[in-house]
Write a protein that binds this ligand. Sequence first.
Ligand code: GLN
Length: 538
Amino acid sequence: MTGKTKYIFVTGGVTSSLGKGIIAASLAKLLQGQGYRVTIQKLDPYINVDPGTLNPYEHGECYVTEDGAETDLDLGHYERFLNVPTSQANNVTTGRIYQSVIQKERRGEFLGKTVQVVPHITDEIKRRVQLLGQSGDYDIVITEIGGTVGDIESLPYIEAVRQLRWDLGEDNGIVIHLTLVPYLSAAGELKTKPTQHSVKTLMESGVQADILVCRTEHDLPKDLRRKLALFCNVKEDAVIQSIDASTIYDVPNLMLEEGLDKVVLKKLGLKSSVPDIANWNKFVHRHKNPRSEVTIGLIGKYVELQDSYKSILEAFIHAGAENEVKVVIESVHSEYLNDDNIKLKLGHLDGVLVAPGFGERGIEGKITAVKFVRENNIPFLGICLGMQMAVIEFARNVIGISNANSTEMNPETPNPVIDLMEEQKTITDKGGTMRLGSWKCQLKEDSIAGKVYKSDVISERHRHRYEFNSNFKPQMEAAGMIASGLNPDTGLVEIVEIPEHPWFVGVQYHPEYKSTVSNPHPLFVAFVKAVLSYHRKK
Ligand code: GLN
């Protein structure tokens, strides 16, 4: 497509957690399947500069992009659905908006002026929205506005959308409003009133929704769609139902059946055709028709909230489909693991993943879990903190350095097998100061990693402060834990393996961020394969 970039704004009403991210990603998938170059952006109305400083319990996982941005987990959905990398520009928060406006003010760029929400904050929002469009890389930019219409903190964003629709001109920017149509079982009825009110709230800010996407547990009958169209001032074909699905990977097809892509393209004045999503459908078919089942333990401390490990769970879905196996994930709280209950908690599992994390809570349980899988030849994948725990466990129980630790857990440890990186030692700020984003790694040829990745130099995304302490490398390797991946520039250890064990791999980076439907991550695919063969031999 040539010509102007088109913009689609996705707003949410009635309640949070309606799944705007999945709707945006599904729509993008359908547009991508028709040859359009699409990207998705998330605007988050909170004041943190990025979600990196947020507790996973509050906001779910923090997703990391190639360029090292710590972002909202919805960006993970965008990448997994579209297989196109996102970047810092794809996630903007109120904190970041204010930070740039205030920096400009300090530089004197507004000298003599009173700096205000309108126009200064709204101008900065508008600039950030259009940055991706101006790159020339995209025909369509979908901008998802976090929060719920009517919230105090969403107001500047909605105002920016109102202004942008004028600036961009008709046909160049449309608004999709995602709402809830609840079912009252006592009355046996679907209710449209919350949607009517939410559309009205949006209109109070001067924004008329073009398309309604209605989350519902039951099919929306025709008369109800007509009523919604009439009361909410949209066309009848622009009332789209989004019925609860058994998997998020069904949503693109559900949106296709509802014709969401068609109405969107019509409103934007663009040609529509039948999207080619054959590969996607192949994946969905494999995902839903597994030939066998395995159970993998996910050992972590944020297990109460599934969103904390979102990308890991999704990477298992991709890798499971690739192996035609259903991967059942059993979450195990590391805080409650000890020598006495470890066999009971992990003995029946086909594989174990020790999760990333920060701080001391639950780490002894993680170490106990690693010891159990190492001694019992159960396939193991350790990610980031999980890898660090594998190193500590090996140093303590194989080499006999009983006080081996990470300086994150004990700054005074005499045997810091995991230690703060040199360049981290002088940093005091917590936000955005970790080793972040994509770094290269050189693989050892005949290791598991060397065989799994079909290349000898790979690049993977990072998010950590501590590292394998290379002073201990000769000792660890002599005792049987090898470094099978190194950063070619710094020599830092990226991957450890135990060649004596059938499948024991720890990675300092986060492979889960790069797994997509079109490109299931090779390490997860190989891990699930090893888990399957362990399961068969049991
Ligand atoms: N807390 C560890 C570090 O900072 C691991 C981080 C992680 O698992 N993402 O190095």
